[in-house]
Write a protein that binds this ligand. Sequence first.
Ligand SMILES: Nc1ncnc2c1ncn2[C@@H]1O[C@H](COP(=O)(O)OP(=O)(O)OP(=O)(O)O)[C@@H](O)[C@H]1O
Ligand SMILES: [Mg+2]
Length: 251
Amino acid sequence: MSLLKVDKINKSFGTLQVLHDVSLEVEPGERHVIIGPNGAGKTTLFNSITNHLPITSGTVHFEGKDITNLPAHRLVHLGMSRTFQKNNLFGDLTVEENIHLALAARKKYRHDIWYSLTSRSDIKKETNEILEEWKITHRRDVKINNLSYGEQRLLEVLLAMASKPKLLLLDEPTSGMSPAETTQTSEMIQRLPRSMALVVIEHDMDVVFAIADRITVLHHGEPILTGAPEEVRNSDMVKEIYFGGGAKKHA
Ligand SMILES: Nc1ncnc2c1ncn2[C@@H]1O[C@H](COP(=O)(O)OP(=O)(O)OP(=O)(O)O)[C@@H](O)[C@H]1O
Ligand SMILES: [Mg+2]
């Protein structure tokens, strides 16, 4: 059974149809990358899967359960987590405080008042583990607004992972990053445990081919090809549509 099964999703904004019969299956532990030109509907596909936007028609199943109309916040508890194309962090709080909040949300402590979170030893311990594992202990007391853009994006991925999801959706994790930050993020993604399946929207082809088991190419809201990286790399149709025939780097 697929971990995620998207079946014939259609999504329109008024008269603009953005997704056309999009179907997609993701297996447990799979690294599935979605590529496609700007405006192809990639973010809209994520918003449809996680129900941040109501779809026009189609279904979404997670571990066999119909989640088509499930509110977005319920998905975390089922084991699905995501990041957004724009940062979703608390800018006035520190790195450590943001991690506390992400862990608290997973443990359903969110109704507790703030000071009680920081006194919970399980949250403290796990926060320290995350800080150490990802080598950001020295940044723990820095406010988000004082982190570099790349650091913020990395932290967002770490926080989405903190809920230990079975499926993590990453929307352009490397966008706006320096080459060094992009490499760091790509390596981090490759280090993620296989207990977690990934669907990653990505434009950087080095990152795409470094992480993908399978790639889906979205073009004008239609999945024109899903296949192994080599298949996508060698597809004349993809070269023409996505790379404009001019991108030789990976061709
Ligand atoms: N909330 C919205 N209301 C109206 N139109 C929208 C909305 N969200 C997206 N669109 C339109 O849907 C189309 C697909 O947008 P989407 O953001 O999904 O593309 P994308 O593939 O993620 O692009 P990018 O690579 O630039 O992030 C675009 O034409 C966009 O203008
Ligand atoms: Mg997008």
